[in-house]
Design a protein around this ligand. Structure first.
Ligand code: CTP
Ligand code: MG
Length: 226
């Protein structure tokens, strides 16, 4: 099977509070998503990279970022809708039902080729697939009416990241069954009774979500270059 990258890039970035979608904000001298795309372009073994943007969004072309990737402006109202639309486009690019698809958030711009390859290597012979995920560092509380109602054992808890790597046809079926509100691919696969593999990223791979995350991500990128 071949390996494809599918990058949902059609969100509005409401929580980031920037002037426009967060994926196009300047970060270390380039649009945020340029860092994401550079990591995938530098990863050996990918048959193609498809970026899903919002209908009518021509930012990637205008910024000269569309050369090494396919762009489809079929983004939907939710992340899952954008991913599902992208999976349909992968077929038109020649992807086969059993090919692997690595779905990765455009906003997760700290991803490195080494992290991507670690996931690919860990899942290549796996029947299901898997995802990058970070063992939880903080203590987990359950809240009710503004007070702690329980504290959870954290030893078995992981924060789901991306890429999330599954085979094209099972992923399409799982997302179809789960509907547009599911927040990651793994949840949809889990709902089919499967248990995706967990792979630690070994290095930062957080998603730019809130206003302070831009400065944090920029600091990590600059520290890696130093
Ligand atoms: N995404 C997408 N289509 C959507 C919503 C999100 O392609 N309808 C993409 C985003 O562009 C991002 C990734 O999915 O790269 C992860 O989503 P998130 O961090 O939630 O981004 P936004 O939805 O843009 O941000 P917010 O939820 O704060 O509005
Ligand atoms: Mg969102």
């Amino acid at each position: 099977p071949r390996y494809w990258a599918l990058i949902p890039c059609a969100g509005s970035g409401a929580r980031a509070g920037a002037d426009g979608p967060k994926q196009y904000q300047a970060l270390a001298g380039r649009p945020l998503v340029a860092h994401t795309l550079a990591a995938f372009a530098a990863t050996p073994g990918l048959a193609g990279i498809l970026v899903v943007v919002a209908p009518g969004d021509t930012t990637l072309e205008a910024q000269g970022l569309a050369e090494a990737v396919h762009v489809a402006d079929c983004g939907g109202a939710s992340r899952a809708a954008s991913v599902s639309a992208g999976l349909a486009v992968l077929h038109t690019l020649g992807a086969q039902p059993q090919d692997w698809v690595l779905v990765h958030d455009a906003a997760r711009c700290l991803i490195t080729p080494a992290q991507i390859q670690r996931l690919m290597a860990a899942c290549a012979d796996d029947a299901v697939g898997g995802l990058l995920a970070q063992p939880l560092a903080d203590t987990l509380k359950v809240g009710a009416e503004g007070r702690v109602s329980a504290t959870l054992e954290r030893g078995d808890k992981w924060l789901a990241q991306t890429p999330q790597m599954f085979r094209l046809a099972p992923l399409q079926q799982a997302l179809q069954a789960s509907g547009p509100t599911v927040t990651d691919e793994a949840s949809a696969i889990e709902a089919q009774g499967q248990r995706p593999r967990l792979v630690a990223p070994e290095g930062a791979n957080f998603k730019v979500t809130y206003p302070d995350d831009f400065a944090l991500a920029e600091a990590v990128l600059k520290a890696r270059l130093a």
